[in-house]
Design a protein around this ligand. Structure first.
Ligand code: XMP
Length: 514
């Protein structure tokens, strides 16, 4: 993969650590552009590359199959920061000794020694908390490696190599438990690598609009809008670049939230997008009829979407490009050390289009993390109500209606969901929750309303805190709020007589129930 931009860049070589993306996000928070590459696919080190970071790894550097980088163009030639595995690898490579640690080196520790003269540790003081996560430890370093910090248990918490800008630390500066981690990364990126802080939402918009004009020329582009942040930001960027030659298609699959289709369509039109709304509700309901298996439901929705989108796209004469809201984690995932991450489900890609469409792909957000997409969206003036929306799955309410989907069940769930989401907004809780929704369970329960015995539906409410959806914890919403929601739902939604609150975290549960 070639660099996306021509600006000061840090290259992070990935040895498979769970924290690699976090290093990149922290460096980008400093407004410095960086890219992640597998340790065995080092990109061309052009003059834009101002420094290199070695990530951690699940491997021990003493294992026979441990990842081995080619350091010829890097060590001693460019500033290098080796983290955790990287630090151990480099110590051993120079003739030092790395062995399994005698005591556990996981979790919080405090620096008991700091060499204040080291440029890497400027502003980091004795006592500073750091986050350790390794099974091996460095026992000895070669003579020209100078220890720059220690904890009570870890003598070589950090070292630098004399006479060259090479630094290493066994703890993780990118994890927020390392309280001076960002200071340390700033020292490396700004003072040691001399990077300019040019990676900003404004510079991204300017460069990307230019690149899009160059890439697409006078051609016509088609884009499927979903109401989500990524496709919206991609559309607004393209609209800025090529105006009405961007044709957006927004499909109503009948599985969206209450009034979502009309509201979002209106917002899109207000933003000046050339968008066509397509009512395909009945096609989706027909495709889902009789299906109860979650995967079959997802496949039916994915296929119907492609059919509908394809038919619409064909009506746009001379469309040459298909724009997609692919973001950086999707790009990294498909080229990382151990191949695609196991945590990504293939069924998430419901929007993928078949090869026969013969359109070239344009992906303006390919280099951005999710939080950066939001910042760019704000820079483009997109309303907070669109930018700050909770994630919503492609198959929509279909995977929150357990069992067979019918229009009547969709209607019931839309009403419940609307009360819950509006309730979160009214109570100022919406932005504190990462994702929320309601689930319609395939059971009925006995209740009593007035003098009558009822036998009606049960719904579950789910609200989670998360960073990226990979792990999540249930939100401890106030009891009073839950009580209010339960009352309103049972009183206002016909056919529901019981409300539960899901208190499972992920793992071992998932966010969605199907
Ligand atoms: P899970 O249920 O796997 O969900 O914990 C993690 C995140 O992914 C969303 N999700 C989906 N998104 N198509 C999508 O576009 C899907 O089939 C799908 N399944 C789950 C889920 O809403 C959460 O944000």
């Amino acid at each position: 993969m070639q660099s996306f931009y021509s600006m000061d860049t840090i290259i992070i070589l990935d040895f498979g650590s769970q924290y690699t993306q976090l290093i990149a996000r922290k460096i980008r928070e400093l407004n410095v552009y960086c890219e992640i590459h597998p340790f065995n696919k080092i990109p061309a080190l052009t003059p834009d590359v101002k420094g290199v970071v070695f990530s951690g790894s699940p491997y021990s550097c003493t294992a026979p199959d441990a990842p081995v980088p080619d350091m010829v163009g890097i060590k001693g030639k460019l500033p290098l920061l080796a983290v955790c595995y990287g630090a151990q690898y480099l110590a051993r490579w120079g003739g030092g000794v790395v062995e399994p640690s005698a005591t556990r080196e996981y979790g919080r520790a405090n620096l008991s020694y700091v060499d204040a003269s080291s440029p890497l540790l400027r502003g980091v003081s004795v006592g500073s908390q750091v986050w350790m996560s390794h099974g091996d430890t460095i026992q000895h370093v070669p003579d020209n490696y100078r220890c720059i910090c220690s904890t009570d248990n870890v003598r070589y918490a950090g070292y630098q190599i004399e006479g060259e800008p090479t630094y290493a630390i066994q703890f993780h500066p990118e994890v927020h438990h390392s309280t001076d981690g960002l200071t340390l990364l700033r020292n490396f990126v700004m003072d040691i690598c001399h990077c300019n802080a040019t990676w900003t939402p404004a510079s991204f918009v300017e460069t990307t609009v230019e690149q899009l004009r160059a890439q697409v020329g006078d051609d016509t582009v088609v884009l499927g809008l979903s109401g989500g942040v990524d496709s919206t930001v991609a559309a607004v960027l393209l609209n800025k670049a090529i105006g009405s030659r961007l044709h957006c298609i927004f499909v109503d699959n009948g599985l969206l939230r209450k009034n979502e289709f009309q509201n979002v369509l209106e917002s899109y039109r207000d933003m000046g997008l050339n968008v066509k709304g397509v009512d395909a509700k009945s096609r989706f309901y027909k495709a889902l009829s009789g299906l109860t298996d979650p995967e079959k439901k997802r496949k039916a929705i994915g296929k119907t979407f492609i059919d509908v989108f394809d038919a619409e796209a064909k009506q746009i004469s001379d469309a040459k490009w298909l724009a997609q809201g692919t973001i950086y984690p999707d790009v990294i995932e498909s080229s990382s050390v151990k191949g695609p991450s196991q945590t990504i489900k293939s069924h998430h890609n419901v929007g993928g289009l078949p090869d026969y469409m013969k359109l070239k792909l344009v992906e303006p957000l390919r280099s951005l993390f999710k939080d950066e997409v939001r910042r760019v969206g704000r820079q483009l003036g997109i309303k907070d109500s669109l930018i700050g929306r909770h994630p919503f799955p492609g198959p929509g309410l279909a995977i929150r209606i357990l069992g067979e989907v019918t229009p009547e069940k969709v209607h019931v769930l839309q009403e419940v969901d609307d009360i819950f989401i509006q309730g979160l907004r009214d109570a100022d809780l919406y932005d504190k929750v990462w994702q929320a929704g309601a689930i319609l369970l395939p059971i009925q329960s006995v209740g009593v309303m007035g003098d009558e015995r009822t036998y009606e539906r049960v719904v579950a409410l789910r609200a989670v805190e998360s960073v990226d959806g990979m792990t999540a914890d249930w939100c401890h919403l106030p009891y009073e709020f839950l009580a209010k929601m339960s009352n309103e739902i049972i009183n206002r939604v016909r056919g529901v007589n019981r409300v539960c609150y899901d208190i499972s975290s992920k793992p071992p549960a998932t966010i969605e129930w199907e």
